[in-house]
Ligand binder design. Sequence first.
Ligand code: ZN
Length: 429
Amino acid sequence: MEKSIFQIPVKTINRMKFYKKSQYWSAGKLSSYQDEQLNKLIIHAGNNVPYYRNLFKEIGFNPESFKSREDLQKIPTLEKETVRTRKDEFIADNAAKFGMTNDSTSGSTGTPLHFILSDGVQANKIAALLRSYNWAGYRIGQKTFSLQSYYFPESEFKYNRFYNILRFDSNKLQKRSALKVISEINRFKPKFFMGFPFDILMLARFAREEGIEINSPQSIVTYGETLSDVKRKQLEFEFNCRVFNFYSLHECSAMIAECEAGNLHLIDDFAYHEIIEEDGINRLVGTSYYNYSMPLIRYEIRDNVELCDTSELCECGRHFRRIKEIIGKECDYIQTLDGRFLGAVMSHSIDNADGVICSQCVQHSLDEVDINLITDSRFTSNSQQKLEKDLRKRLGTRMKLKFNIVNELEKRPGGKTPFILSRIGNEYI
Ligand SMILES: [Zn+2]
């Protein structure tokens, strides 16, 4: 992609200008934009995407007849499983024209999924994400500390001069490395923290145990796992600052961000969000307007939300719809023999495994973890070896790993299937 003088692609800069304005659109203008984008996407999918060409024929849906969001309901929702098993059918015949970047995710349930993103959707994602961070007080170039799964092969942390950001790899989070990064934070004095809430809290705990203070930022943006009320309160207490919840996914099918007024908004100019109520559960279903290389229409995200009990306009003045809470992405963490703590980052290892449908890690003792897998016919001893190699990079060579092919995974009393189950007690949560 063409880069501007600011090292940011020109496409992204243009979208940043767009999002700056669109956040204050009237409800009417926002609705017509949504209809227009969906209309274009559906016609493109009907003409150029094999899966949708066939589906529309099968269900007797004429893309040219699409008028507005209500017509979306004529198209069935799309399961991850369908994308996983029939990926090639979702790639547009003319995808090369829009740019093709491979990406993958295993999501909160440990189900690996590979897909392709266009240049356009990536530019939109960065621009919309920066706007959400901006609501939390972030500006490009402001001193920032970030703690998430980076997978730096050699170092624990890295500094990027352009973004003025100190990045720490959460895979290497242990007391010794944490104390080192705390002293870096105290020297650097970042105004803004971002990353996985569990890991940021761990830093505070380590500091407390050692009786040292951490320089508090002006605000913290968390993502990657559920920000429970308990975690939010703990973070606010430890760092004495505002905490902003942020949610997005690699597939770019949804984005949720907390505004200055403390309310969670569906970012309706980035993706079209539907909330489908069934048996008292509100499922989030999303459609990215911008991924022309591999359109996913009415994508079942498999995270649920709690609806907001008011439809009043938010104090922030934006017409984006509001929700009360994001439910999902909750799991225990694994403790390693060398004293590291691995939470949701563990799911990244599953990304490279072929033939794994769902997975769950169960820690029985400090040196013993079971990897329970639901697999299909593509799973071979080779995929298991690759998976083990990747898991060993995180868990170390001394951890006893046992792979079990199972028919179902263990559920919690509430019915949720956590990706990590700890039988040794997670003292930090
Ligand atoms: Zn608001």
